[in-house]
Design a binder for this molecule. Sequence first.
Ligand SMILES: Nc1ncnc2c1ncn2[C@@H]1O[C@H](COP(=O)(O)OP(=O)(O)OP(=O)(O)O)[C@@H](O)[C@H]1O
Ligand SMILES: [Mg+2]
Length: 369
Amino acid sequence: MSADVQLDNVWIRFGDFVAARDINIHIKEGEFFSFLGSSGCGKTTILRAVSGFSEPSEGRVLIGGKDMAGIGPNKRPTALIFQNLALFTLMKVWENITFSLEVAGVGKAERQKKADELLDMIALSGQGDKLPNELSGGQKQRVAIARALCAEPDVLLLDEPLSALDLKLRQHMRTELRTIQQRVGITFIYITHDQGEALTMSDNVAVMSQGKIEQVADGNTIYDSPETSFVASFVGENNLFEGKVSEISEGYAIVDTPSGSMRARNAKHNGEYQLGVGDDAFVFIRPESLKFVNGSSHDNQFSARVKQHEFEGSFWQVFFDVESARRTIKLSMVNDGANVGHDINSDVQLGFSADKAVATPVGSLADET
Ligand SMILES: Nc1ncnc2c1ncn2[C@@H]1O[C@H](COP(=O)(O)OP(=O)(O)OP(=O)(O)O)[C@@H](O)[C@H]1O
Ligand SMILES: [Mg+2]
């Protein structure tokens, strides 16, 4: 079975401190849903309210349409996997997986059968007699997942379960986790501060900052159409210009910046365009959408001075000083065998298309919170 999870006007306070602020989210049945945000933004706090280890100060948590108020963690159709997975080191892998059944008094033959099914599921068939220490980090992680799945939860909650693994294994486990989720078909709620994890695995992502949900959408939408300055600056890299809106037309805003007028998509929020004439605005443009103006014409152009080249194998990263821009401007270009073609300290024109740029109201930025 699988179930949907609904958070309705959820507030969580610790004394005067607000750890979760008016959270409204509907996670569909069978969805892989992630909460993405930096340390301390309230991710674990929300997960604890779903699992029943804490109750919201205000608002409701519904699982499968049922209000969970007053229902403890053992009585909820959820299972939780923590960051440090804590397998029982003296028990065999299959005994670890079926520990909850043993506690419930289920006989050995039935437990072994269940363990075999789950070992197949996590691609560790035939390895049930090993001890946890005879497994790799990634295999241990999969055993922890099987152990949580053994109780047949409707919703699996995962609190940064890959953070103890090294980078390579973490990347490998992303694919594994997604595969396991699709096989069992239950709802996964996944917490991470790693945007790569969130974007690759999830059907939908909630980006959080300081106890607040900034945006909920699929990974593509989060990356291409951020709704707030926080999301634009937190997910992926973005160049930033600041100015005032001088004109609005058909979904675009013209923003007058010290580097010239720039046309960009007017960011929507809840389906409504956010910027109007006279508003202070940020214009965001991704490094990969910025181009050298070599004769071609672009919707937007500005002058810059080349500061530095960085060679990354498949990409060149080029950095610029732009007069009156708050930060260094960055351009990424695919390495097609040619050099960047512009020396350090040379003055160049850069351009970008209005479709690739997003204008948002002035708000908080990820590296300033
Ligand atoms: N029991 C508590 N009492 C007081 N403050 C708390 C309590 N639990 C959490 N907080 C505070 O609430 C905020 C959110 O904490 P939370 O653990 O949810 O963050 P997080 O997003 O999971 O961070 P991390 O990525 O570091 O795990 C933090 O500022 C934390 O100090
Ligand atoms: Mg946490």
